[in-house]
Unconditional design. Structure first.
Length: 437
């Protein structure tokens, strides 16, 4: 189940008509199926049930507290990449003992936050960061549990902009420098080397790149052990692909079989950091048609969602299915059109050359598989409302994030006093040159 299906001629999210949600919450609106998220998590947890595994959901894919809560209740931990994400995970009730913290630019403050809450593990990206973490941990009179992120030099075979494990990508320590890095880590009093980390990229639709990278990690793990550095866990990262179009990503069972074989005999605890695979197909973006524009040069469906709502098509040329919320009766003629947003940029296209019925003003469309990296990457560009978000569970649904109107987007902007504020404006703030007056 991905949570969305046509019933009686219209699109439903679980038991709720999508048109009803759009009427109440407004458009554009992201709609998530709680049942679909849970089912994805259980598919992974079930396939790996005989292995000592912890799934740390990659918060960045969809950081909403309700999603974090739901997954945490299923037993998931959180993979975080900032103090903000750690704060979210904690706010949603994820136990610190299930939180890992990655990212190339951890600040002292973020390190302190993680140490203070005694999170499970810091995934360290460089020697300089390791030295810094050592210093911060010693100041706090503690030791930081560390996994060093290695760069295994494996091409993930996915989009260039979301591949992270090739030599030359900014992430991790090159695998040939890993032994040196671990020897340094073992010598630092504020550092406790506990694991090994890697993450080779996102939306990877084949098993082979994972197997190549994981094998290198296990070999390194064994090598380190012979050198007296015994790591209790390996964190293999995330990156499991989903089906956007014709992809046939490996199923959790196939992944588990590969991992079982590669890690046999290590006695290692395993961590995975899936993001997209848990939430991507459990969400749709619902948008309303503003205009239908037909010229001799082309046919456009102009809708109220765009690159400010869903950045993936503009940023990665990503494909998302687009369909009508009212099910086209069999035999309905389909037209070829570009589905475009309201933003003043030519790249603001949700889908090119789509086959859709002759929709018009007021009709609703749904953009598929947008539960991951959709709402997470929303922007205020062009001062349009930020989309609402809705969670559906069976016949129940709730607005979990109301639309953010432009007035709220500029509510914290301050016009300095030397720019005369118009009568009645309350936007004037203090000036730095006034300090001390
Ligand atoms: N772990 C680490 C260290 C990561 O950097 C990422 C994603 C994940 C886990 C989760 O990867 P996933 O399982 O979701 O593939 N905005 C892009 C995706 C960027 C992914 C960045 N890192 C997109 O919309 O395709």
């Amino acid at each position: 189940m991905n949570g969305f299906s046509y019933r009686r001629g219209e699109l439903f999210a679980e038991e709720v008509p999508v048109a009803e949600i759009a009427a109440v919450a407004g458009t554009p609106v992201y709609v998530y199926s709680a049942g679909a998220v849970r089912e994805r998590f259980r598919a992974y947890a079930g396939a790996f049930a005989d292995l000592p595994v912890l799934f740390c959901y990659a918060v960045k894919a969809n950081p909403h507290l309700a999603i974090l809560r739901l997954l945490s209740a299923e037993g998931a931990g959180a993979d975080t990449v900032s103090g903000g994400e750690i704060a979210r995970a904690l706010a949603a009730g994820v136990p610190p003992s299930r939180i890992v913290f990655a990212g190339v630019a951890k600040t002292d403050g973020e390190m302190r936050l993680g140490l203070h809450h005694r999170i499970l593990q810091f995934n360290v990206e460089s020697l300089e960061e390791l030295e810094r973490l050592d210093a911060v941990a010693r100041e706090a009179d503690t030791r930081a549990p560390v996994a060093i992120r290695i760069n295994p030099d494996v091409a993930a075979g996915s989009h260039d902009k979301i591949s992270t494990g090739r030599r030359g990508d900014k992430f991790g320590v090159p695998i040939e420098e890993a032994v040196e890095a671990y020897e340094r880590a073992a010598a630092l009093p504020g550092i406790e080397p506990v694991g090994l980390h890697l993450h080779i990229g996102s939306q990877i639709a084949e098993l082979a790149p994972f197997a190549r990278a994981y094998r290198r990690a296990v070999e390194l793990w064994r090598d380190l052990r012979t050198r007296g550095i015994a790591l209790e866990r390996i964190d293999f990262g995330g990156g499991f692909g989903i089906r956007y179009r014709e992809e046939a990503p490996p199923d959790p069972g196939a992944l588990a079989a590969m991992v079982r074989e590669l890690t046999a005999g290590t006695g290692c605890r395993l961590i995975f950091e899936p993001g997209r695979a848990l939430v991507g197909e459990a969400g749709i973006l619902v948008s309303r048609v503003i205009y239908r524009k037909e010229t001799r040069a082309g046919r456009y469906l102009v809708v109220d969602a765009g690159m400010h709502t869903l950045m993936r098509p503009a940023l990665y040329d990503a494909w998302h299915d687009i369909f009508s919320v009212r099910e086209p009766p069999p035999g309905t003629p389909l037209l070829t059109m570009d589905v475009v947003g309201p933003i003043c940029e030519s790249s603001d296209i949700l889908g090119r050359d789509r086959r859709l019925p002759a929709l018009g003003r007021g009709d609703l469309i749904a953009v598929g598989a947008t539960g991951a990296y959709g709402a997470a990457m929303v922007s205020n560009y062009n001062s349009r409302p930020r989309p609402a978000e809705v969670l559906v569970e069976g016949g129940r649904w709730a607005v979990i994030k109301p639309r953010v109107e432009p007035s709220a987007q500029f509510a914290d902007e301050i016009v300095p006093p030397w720019l005369a504020a118009p009568e009645g404006s309350d936007r004037a703030g203090g000036s730095h040159s006034d300090a001390g007056d």
